[in-house]
Design a protein around this ligand. Structure first.
Ligand code: NAI
Ligand code: MG
Length: 363
C-alpha cells in the first residue's frame, strides 16, 4: 500500500482533485490517501502557507498530489492576513518553491503527448534548483561583480549602481544528477533520444561544461542516443516537428519556458501534467494554477489532474492503471462529446470526470 498526501489547495484545485479522485476510486488501487492543507487560506488564517502539520504529513507519506495554490504579490499578501497576524513581518514564500527546496526536488517532469492522434510523445525535464533561477540575481553591483562586468561597454556607460546581473549556476553535482535522471527516465519510458537543450553558440564556456558532462554520463547509457540543440531551435521544432523528440533536458529557465510551450503544443493548460522529483521525495501537480476567476463554477477541465494522477501512479510503480487512466482520458478528449469549454465543449468538471470513469469501465 502506497500513501499519498493529497493537498487540494486553492481555487479550482479542490474541484479538480475531488473530481479526479472519484474517477481514481473506480480503479480500486492500493492507495492510502491522506488529506492535508496548503496555500492561501493557510496563509490568511495562520500566517504560514505550508503549516507544520503539512510538512509532517509529507514526511509520513510516499508522495504528494497537489491541486493548485494561489500566490499574490507581497503587499497584497500582508493585507489579507488575519488582523491578529499583521505587522509581524511574516513573509509569504511560494509553497511550491518551498516544497522543491526542502524536499530536494531537482527534476521537473512535464510529459507532452498528442491526445488526439498520438503523433508525438515527448517529455521536458527541467532542472529545478540551479541555472538562471539559482537566486544569484543582483541589482547594484559589489566590487567583485562590478569587476567581472565593467569592461562591457554598456556597463561602463551605466555604472555599478545602475547595472544588474543574473548568474547562471551550473555545478557538476547538479548537472550529473539531472542527466542521470534524464537517461533513467528515457530508459524507463521507452525513449531512444535524449536532447540536451542549451545555447552552445553563445554561452561557450558553460555550454562546454555541460557538453563534457553529457559525454561522460552518456557512456553509462549506451542505448540512448544524445544530441545538443540550441534552445531557440528546440522551440521551433517543438511546434513544427514535435514527433522528433523523446526526452528533453534543460536548465531551469530554458526548461521553464519550453515546458509551457509544451503545454501549448498539447492543447492548453487543461491537459498539462507535471511531477517534481528528487532522490528522496516527490510531488505531482497539474501545470495550471488556481484560476480564481473560474473557481466555484465547476467548469475547470479535470483532465490535467487526471493525467497528473496517472503520472504519479507511474512513479509509484503502479503502471497498468496509470496507462488505463491515460487511455481513458485520451478517448474522452478525442471523442469531444463530453469536454470542457477549453476543448470546445460545454461540459462541467464532474461530467468530464464521469465520462472518463465510464470509459474506464468500457476498456
Ligand atoms: P492559471 O493557470 O490559474 O490560469 C490561466 C488561464 O488558464 C485562465 O484563463 C484559466 O481560466 C485557464 N485554466 C487554467 N486551468 C484550467 C483548467 N483546468 N481548465 C480550463 N481552463 C484552465 O494561471 P494564472 O491566472 O496566471 O494564475 C492564477 C493563480 O494561480 C495565481 O495566484 C498564480 O500565482 C497561481 N498559480 C499557481 C500555480 C501552482 O499552483 N503551481 C501555477 C501557476 C499559477
Ligand atoms: Mg512556468
Amino acid at each position: 500500500m502506497k500513501s499519498v498526501a493529497v493537498l487540494p489547495g486553492d481555487g479550482i484545485g479542490p474541484e479538480v482533485v475531488s473530481a479526479a479522485l472519484d474517477t481514481v476510486e473506480r480503479l480500486g488501487l492500493p492507495l492510502d490517501l491522506r488529506f492535508g492543507e496548503i496555500g492561501w487560506e493557510c496563509w490568511r488564517q495562520e500566517g504560514d502557507p505550508v503549516p507544520q502539520r503539512t510538512w509532517k504529513l509529507l514526511e509520513e507519506t510516499d508522495t504528494c498530489l497537489l491541486g493548485a495554490i494561489t500566490s499574490k504579490p507581497l503587499r497584497e499578501a500582508e493585507a489579507e492576513l488575519a488582523p491578529s497576524l499583521r505587522g509581524r513581518g511574516l513573509a509569504f514564500v511560494s509553497p511550491v518553491v518551498q516544497l522543491r527546496q526542502r524536499l530536494g526536488l531537482y527534476a521537473n517532469i512535464r510529459p507532452v503527448t498528442d491526445l488526439d492522434h498520438g503523433r508525438f510523445d515527448f517529455t521536458v525535464i527541467r532542472e529545478n534548483t540551479e541555472g538562471l533561477y539559482a537566486g544569484l540575481d543582483f541589482h547594484g553591483l559589489d566590487t567583485a561583480l562590478w569587476n567581472a562586468v565593467r569592461h562591457h561597454p554598456n556597463a561602463e556607460a551605466s555604472g555599478a549602481e545602475d547595472t544588474s546581473v543574473t548568474l547562471r549556476l551550473q555545478t557538476r553535482f547538479g548537472i550529473d544528477r539531472l542527466l542521470r535522471f534524464g537517461f533513467a527516465y528515457a530508459e524507463a519510458h521507452g525513449h531512444r533520444l535524449l536532447t540536451l537543450v542549451d545555447k552552445p553558440n553563445v554561452l561557450r564556456n558553460s555550454s562546454d561544461h555541460l557538453r563534457r558532462r553529457l559525454e561522460v554520463i552518456a557512456q553509462e547509457h549506451p542505448g540512448i542516443e544524445t544530441e545538443i540543440l540550441n534552445v531557440d531551435a528546440v522551440a521551433l521544432w517543438m511546434v513544427r516537428r514535435p514527433e522528433r523528440f523523446g526526452v528533453l533536458v534543460a536548465e531551469n529557465m530554458f526548461g521553464d519556458i519550453l515546458s509551457d510551450l509544451g503545454a501549448g503544443v498539447m492543447g492548453g493548460l487543461g491537459l498539462a501534467s507535471s511531477g517534481n522529483i528528487g532522490d528522496h521525495g516527490s510531488y505531482f501537480e497539474p501545470v495550471h494554477g488556481s484560476a480564481p476567476g473560474m473557481a466555484g463554477q465547476g467548469r475547470a477541465n479535470p483532465m490535467a489532474m487526471l493525467l497528473t494522477v496517472s503520472q504519479m501512479l507511474d512513479h509509484l510503480d503502479i503502471p497498468v492503471p496509470a496507462e488505463e487512466l491515460r487511455n481513458a482520458v485520451r478517448a474522452v478528449a478525442r471523442a469531444r462529446t463530453t469536454v470542457t469549454y477549453d476543448l470546445g465543449g460545454n461540459s462541467g468538471t464532474r461530467q468530464v470526470a464521469e465520462a472518463v470513469t465510464r470509459q474506464l469501465s468500457a476498456q
